[in-house]
Design a protein around this ligand. Sequence first.
Ligand code: UD1
Length: 407
Amino acid sequence: MTISGSKNAALPLMAAALLADGPVTITNVPVLNDIFTFNKVIAETGTEVTYDRDQRELTIDPTQMDSYVAPYDLVRKMRASFYMTGALLGAAGYARVSLPGGCAWGPRPVNLHLEGFRALGAEIEMDGGYVIAKAPNGRLPGGSFTMTPSSVGATVNLVLAAVRAKGRSVIRNAAMEPDVVNLCENLNTLGARISGVGTPVLTIEGTDRIQPGTINNTPDRIETGTFMIAAALLPGSDVTLTNTLERDLGSFTDTFRKLNTGLEITDSTIRVRSADRIPPVSIQTAIYPGFPTDLQAQWATMMALADGKSTVTDHIYPDRFSYVPELVRLGADVERRDNMVVIKGPSVLKGASVMSTDLRASVSLVMAGLAAEGETEVLRVYHLDRGYETLEDKLNAVGAQIRRVSE
Ligand code: UD1
């Protein structure tokens, strides 16, 4: 099973292309609705966007950019559109970007993004649900900002704003997620001067120019982790994931080893074989290299089948448990307590109709449906298409039986 390019790493690269003074081609960009949404957001600015779906290559040419607005209609569909603020501030010294609204997982503030922009020298105003960010005299001076807590999105936005600033910027307690590392490394190949990449302190010397060129997206670590869990929980499976990068999984691999499944890792492949018995393994989410919040729903689903009691605790998004009542409908014994769920396995899951509430919840319900006896109907699968490329084709190729009925 081939792992696609990362959604969450591609979006910052797409925003970064707006900083260049000519076309930037990004390789390994997955065919996903979130990518199409962001293409539209970028095209709104007069930037030329060309996507070769067969080659998975996206070319973004900002040479004709003549508008600096990201409208509510698009931003509300995908919060990462807020990356336009940093990109436009860096590229043009002006951005008018809709504030992202609520989220299915509870509050997701952008206070750190805004405080960070101010620390880099931007003037920030609110107007009718929009953030207006301006650089005095068209270019940010640069500055220092300490982030608490560490945020992937705020780090990306501040890097985008800082690379073309006049002076030096320092971001402390910066996110170290592979998505951020991939952004910084690629920007450096185009002439940015970012040091401390992969550490909590990023130092960015502003540069006049980001060159055109080709940059490379990284494999999707969350898709990799999702399919590792799927292979572990489905009896009799023996799945080899290709085009992946185990390095980006952080401590997830060590946690996964506790399942005692067969696990063989090379530079770009991971082979997983299901275990006869799934032991209960409790997890707590944390920033990279800790257990990713984007894999906790899938882990909880697997734990419903485990031989004993376990807990899943989310410290990053304490309300990210909308999947729990749906798992219960399938027969799982899962109880939520604040930012934790207690799972008593093993349950025999039985097919039912369930409702997707967000991207990772929906893939978890598909996995639960595969493990369940009888037929499971997962509704609102548009959530899946935001972040998993041809999910049913990939799973069907390794023995699943999934049909897309509508949408
Ligand atoms: C990104 C990912 C998302 C993942 C998350 C955590 C993308 C498009 N999305 O989201 O899939 O689940 O990282 O790995 O890459 N926070 C604040 N103030 C802010 C910003 C964040 O308090 O201004 C808090 C959040 O509420 C959360 C924590 O910081 O508790 C981390 O969030 P953050 O890393 O910003 O997540 P996103 O970038 O939104």
